[in-house]
Design a protein around this ligand. Structure first.
Ligand SMILES: *[C@@H]1O[C@H](CO)[C@@H](O)[C@H](O)[C@H]1NC(C)=O
Ligand SMILES: *[C@@H]1O[C@H](CO)[C@@H](O)[C@H](O)[C@H]1NC(C)=O
Ligand SMILES: *[C@@H]1O[C@H](CO)[C@@H](O)[C@H](O)[C@H]1NC(C)=O
Ligand SMILES: *[C@@H]1O[C@H](CO)[C@@H](O)[C@H](O)[C@H]1NC(C)=O
Ligand SMILES: *[C@@H]1O[C@H](CO)[C@@H](O)[C@H](O)[C@H]1NC(C)=O
Ligand SMILES: *[C@@H]1O[C@H](CO)[C@@H](O)[C@H](O)[C@H]1NC(C)=O
Ligand SMILES: *[C@@H]1O[C@H](CO)[C@@H](O)[C@H](O)[C@H]1NC(C)=O
Ligand SMILES: *[C@@H]1O[C@H](CO)[C@@H](O)[C@H](O)[C@H]1NC(C)=O
Ligand SMILES: *[C@@H]1O[C@H](CO)[C@@H](O)[C@H](O)[C@H]1NC(C)=O
Ligand SMILES: *[C@@H]1O[C@H](CO)[C@@H](O)[C@H](O)[C@H]1NC(C)=O
Ligand SMILES: *[C@@H]1O[C@H](CO)[C@@H](O)[C@H](O)[C@H]1NC(C)=O
Length: 393
């Protein structure tokens, strides 16, 4: 018996994560051809466009960071569809926002600035407009002032903070962590701000080949790898830079894993390092099967707020977007691609079958359908856009 157990366990130790698709997931296949998927994605985007106030670049009914993510979805639609359908709307919106809100920082949040800067990067990727790249770079340089450098960690000081920071937490260096807010006395460092910074750094490194960005991406990814991975393999939320206290153990949100996965997918490509590919694969396998935010049918239940907007509604969109970037960059791992596409198709089929009212979608993906809300629509866009790049049918 001992020998048998050894033989049975060995393959999983050698091969790493279990990438098989759970049989309990609901509808893992996509039955819509490319023409239909493009049409469904466009209709979903067009359904939120009447909410856009072009003088503020904001969508009525959702928050500042969420508006950035509507522009991100439009740019990514054109990226995957190889089209320019939303080019002028995206470029005009981002240009307006950058003019009104210097460094894209409306209200002293580094993550807000990075959501918009990332949207500007996607716009550059989709349309090749160099003003979009400059906006991303300018904002990156601004937020870089709030990164804990190696020297900061050693000295226990950060030039833009007026308190002593911990050099290490839980035995790991704090170098690479990014402060959530620029405010001089705010002590929070979190995975979303650091994950956004990792991802934008990696994209800028890939685009410019400038080693400054690559080194920044590696340092911040190391911070998350060393400090922020839970026992079950998903990404934790935040750490206090002074006393190392963690956010509550119940703060497990899809977007922390999703944004870091997006960054890792680019980082493994620009470095070729096995560690990042392995970490990306492991976090993907853990996150798409995490019972924390979905039922055994695989449909995400996080942020199902039907009567009012809140931040959590938009987290799942970021998760799906990050998974799609992993999918697009994993031609060498068909099991991983099948797992991710199955998971995204589960969400797609749930939205179409259980949560749709015409071309508008409930923020509750398991349903039921309801009337249009800006936040429900915003959250659905990344699913609609991601399946444009499905390999099947
Ligand atoms: C990924 O998981 C495998 C299997 O558990 C493990 O051997 C490997 O060290 C993990 N990779 C990373 C980077 O943590
Ligand atoms: C791998 O995952 C599948 C689907 O969740 C499950 O049925 C199977 O038991 C797992 N295999 C191992 C070796 O853990
Ligand atoms: C989904 O597609 C796979 C092949 O891509 C096929 O083997 C499987 O039977 C399909 N499942 C359903 C439920 O249609
Ligand atoms: C896609 O599906 C639609 C609806 O089933 C069908 O009318 C159309 O011919 C299909 N297009 C292609 C290119 O297969
Ligand atoms: C757009 O926002 C501005 C500033 O808040 C406001 O004055 C204007 O009425 C809004 N326009 C529309 C069409 O809602
Ligand atoms: C994208 O479209 C352009 C023309 O609009 C074409 O030259 C190019 O080959 C297309 N790229 C892909 C990957 O299909
Ligand atoms: C790029 O976008 C800017 C707006 O920020 C615009 O002025 C410029 O004409 C665009 N460039 C091209 C080549 O389209
Ligand atoms: C840090 O700045 C805050 C806000 O300006 C201030 O209230 C606090 O006293 C300062 N702390 C130190 C140690 O200087
Ligand atoms: C690399 O990027 C950094 C940050 O934007 C910039 O300061 C530096 O000038 C760039 N280096 C080169 C060679 O372009
Ligand atoms: C779409 O996904 C495929 C992998 O299935 C990838 O090769 C391709 O680059 C992706 N397209 C884009 C625009 O990322
Ligand atoms: C669908 O949307 C319409 C228009 O907003 C609304 O009147 C209707 O009640 C909605 N249907 C459901 C099932 O909520």
């Amino acid at each position: 018996m001992v020998g048998l157990i050894f033989v049975v366990l060995l393959p999983s130790l050698v091969l790493g994560q279990n990438l098989s698709v759970p049989t309990t997931w609901r509808e893992t296949n996509n039955t819509h051809n490319l023409t239909e998927r493009i049409s469904i994605a466009k209709s979903a985007i067009n359904t939120i466009l009447p909410q856009l106030n072009t003088s503020t670049a904001q969508f009525d009914g959702i928050g500042y960071w969420q508006s950035a993510n509507v522009f991100a979805s439009m740019a990514n639609f054109d990226h995957f569809a190889n089209s320019t359908t939303y080019k002028s709307k995206v470029i005009d919106g981002l240009t307006t926002a950058f003019r009104l809100y210097p460094n894209f920082d409306l209200n002293q949040y580094n993550d807000d600035a990075m959501w918009w800067a990332t949207a500007a990067y996607y716009a550059y990727r989709a349309y090749g407009n160099s003003s979009m790249l400059s906006m991303a770079v300018t904002t990156w340089n601004h937020v870089s002032n709030y990164v804990v450098t190696k020297a900061d960690a050693q000295s226990g000081t950060q030039p833009n903070k007026n308190f002593t920071i911990a050099s290490t937490c839980y035995g790991e260096t704090m170098a690479g962590g990014v402060f959530w807010r620029p405010t001089i006395d705010d002590q929070g460092i979190n995975s979303i701000t650091t994950g956004l910074y990792t991802t934008l750094s990696a994209f800028l490194a890939e685009t410019t080949s400038n080693a400054t960005y690559k080194n920044a991406a590696i340092l911040s990814a190391q911070w998350i790898q060393n400090l922020q991975i839970s026992d079950s393999g998903i990404v934790l939320d935040g750490v206090n830079a002074v006393d190392c206290t963690r956010t509550p153990a119940s703060w497990l949100f899809t977007y922390n894993s999703g944004k870091f996965l997006e960054g890792l997918s680019v980082l493994k490509d620009i470095t070729g390092a096995a560690n990042w590919k392995s970490l990306m694969t492991n976090i993907t396998a853990a996150a798409v099967k995490s019972p924390v935010w979905q039922g055994s049918n695989g449909i995400i239940t996080e942020g199902a707020s039907t009567t009012s907007d809140n931040d959590g509604v938009g987290f799942k969109a970021i998760f799906i977007r990050g998974l799609e970037e992993v999918n697009a960059r994993s031609l060498d791992n068909s099991n991983l691609q099948t797992l991710i596409e199955s998971y995204i198709d589960v969400q797609y089929n749930a939205l179409l079958d259980l949560a749709a009212n015409g071309t508008s979608y409930s923020p509750s993906w398991p349903g039921p359908a309801q009337q249009f809300t800006s936040w429900g629509q915003m959250a659905a866009l990344d699913v609609m856009v991601s399946v444009v790049n499905s390999t099947t049918p």
